[in-house]
Write a new protein. Sequence first.
Length: 143
Amino acid sequence: MRDLYQRLTLTPDASAQDIKSALARCPNSALRQDAETALGDAEHRDAYNKLHKTVSDIGQLRARLGLTHGAHWQGDVANDFSLPPDNAISRHDELIDRVSLAVSLYNRWRRFKGPWLLVTLFAIGAGIGLAFGLTLGIGLGMR
């Protein structure tokens, strides 16, 4: 399927007047005839726009998956809705990375939990003992 908007250098929200002027400038008679049929009538244009949206979404999905047409398809009608591969990290990969980080932090915490728990308990006990001792010392010194 040809992307008539792309081939006529229009956007899908182009006005009827923009389409007429683009058709008048179009040097390719087959393209002009296809565009007049698909975009000339309001009912046909609505149907074409729905199909265009669906095929564009498929092209974006293919790009997200890194799928593109081979070199022999470049410039062909089959390549109209192809986009360059999207090398952004996928949502799935991002979530896997975040879960892996959380698991590694949890495992690190579990590994050091025992020794640090003893150190913390000792520090708390020493702090309470020191506070109690100072309180007693100050209390006895005031008598």
